[in-house]
Design a protein around this ligand. Structure first.
Ligand SMILES: [Zn+2]
Ligand SMILES: [Zn+2]
Length: 365
């Protein structure tokens, strides 16, 4: 006696029927049988996953700066690149820290987003200047005078706005996996492949997924000077801005959500996949992530920065204001470059170019 059920075979998709002989759901198409409880669990997981990801973030309402705070701050806008900067009212911004342009106009502070937290500077300007000097020293191809003209004075401490995404992620993944065994049966080699439908579920807390809220501070640059230890962040206070500049975000939290979701998805998938062992093949069939207690806040991260124009090209020096990690690209004096190259080429012949490349890579030049 067999009764048709509402379940479909997870292996081939045919309708399963309950077989009273074996007390299981049986597939007449592929011959597999499944306990009813297993099929119930599969159906429940499927129904949950079919709802699709739920990765909504609570839009953060900023209270805006208080009257006292507004009085202590001054806003600017760069005519050349559009950067919006906030400084301490005592210190005037004279050139744009992002593009080096001197066309800095007073801007509007009204309606500005008040950051939730600040990671205070740990490294002083002297340390940033020393790092740049050290970086330049011994660079034979650096144009003479590159560091003159108050260049080192132009190193500015800038707070870069980052959005921190925080949520508990409930995740559920199913995988198709196989195991194969080959054995001899008389004159035949028989390969037996077992198919598994694996289910993994769990929850993970994401406390601070950072996404750069500034288009002006490019991601490659910021990644090069990461990481920042967010634990040291303090509630926002205008006092931290004294003597520094802060960039106003030009990407709001909503614009940064896709990147945060992508980072969360990658982490969830990696952790889930890491729990699947001992199969010959594994492929993810379906996955769903649902976020709870989601929250977004803005933190200002400290960076010592120098963007300087040399022969119509912008060169950047940036140092993590917390750890001192820095990157910098420097101009090369063409005349000195060829002189040097010629010297090397004459000295070592054909190997010269390769060596030069090596020296550049090693940072000798
Ligand atoms: Zn089947
Ligand atoms: Zn600018």
């Amino acid at each position: 006696m067999q009764t048709a059920s509402r379940y479909r075979c997870p292996c081939c998709g045919a309708a399963l029927v309950f077989s009273s002989d074996i007390q299981q759901l049986h597939c007449e198409s592929c011959g597999n049988s499944f306990p009813p409880e297993t099929m119930q669990a599969v159906a429940e997981a499927q129904a949950w996953q079919d709802q699709g990801d739920q990765m909504d973030w609570v839009p953060q309402e900023s209270a805006g700066f208080s009257g006292v705070e507004s009085g202590a701050l001054r806003a600017y806008r760069c005519e050349a690149c559009g950067a919006q900067i906030v400084t301490d009212a005592e210190v005037a911004a004279t050139s744009c820290v992002y593009c080096g342009s001197p066309s800095i106009l007073p801007g509007v502070l009204e309606g500005a987003y008040r950051p939730d937290a600040v990671l205070p500077f740990q490294k002083s300007k002297e340390e940033a200047v020393a790092a740049l000097k050290k970086h330049c020293s011994g660079k034979k191809l650096l144009p003479r005078g590159f560091l003159n003209g108050g260049m080192l004075e132009k190193i500015t401490g800038v707070y870069i706005p980052f959005w921190l995404f925080q949520a508990d992620a409930e995740a559920d993944c199913t995988y198709n996996a196989t195991r194969s065994h080959t054995h001899r049966e008389g004159q035949y080699m028989v390969t037996r492949t077992e198919h598994y439908l694996l289910h993994r579920g769990g929850s993970m807390a994401f406390s601070q997924v950072p996404v750069n809220g500034s288009q002006k501070a490019d991601d490659t640059l910021m990644e090069a000077i990461e990481p920042f230890d967010q634990q040291a962040a303090q509630p926002f206070n205008v006092g931290y801005l004294s003597g520094f500049q802060a960039q106003r975000h030009d990407l709001d939290a909503a614009a940064c959500e896709p990147r945060a979701n992508e980072r969360i998805r990658d982490s969830v998938n990696a952790v889930m996949a890491g729990t699947v062992h001992g199969y010959a093949t594994v492929s993810r069939a379906q996955a769903r992530i649902s976020l709870h207690h989601s929250q977004v806040r803005q933190v200002l991260l400290p960076v010592w920065m120098l963007n300087t124009r040399w022969k119509d090209k912008i060169y950047t020096f940036a140092m993590n204001g917390q750890t001192g990690r820095f990157i910098g690209d420097l101009p090369v004096d063409k005349g000195r470059f060829w002189g040097w190259l010629l010297g090397i080429a004459l000295g070592i012949g054909a190997g010269g170019t390769g060596l030069l490349y090596l020296l550049l890579k090693m940072g000798v030049l």
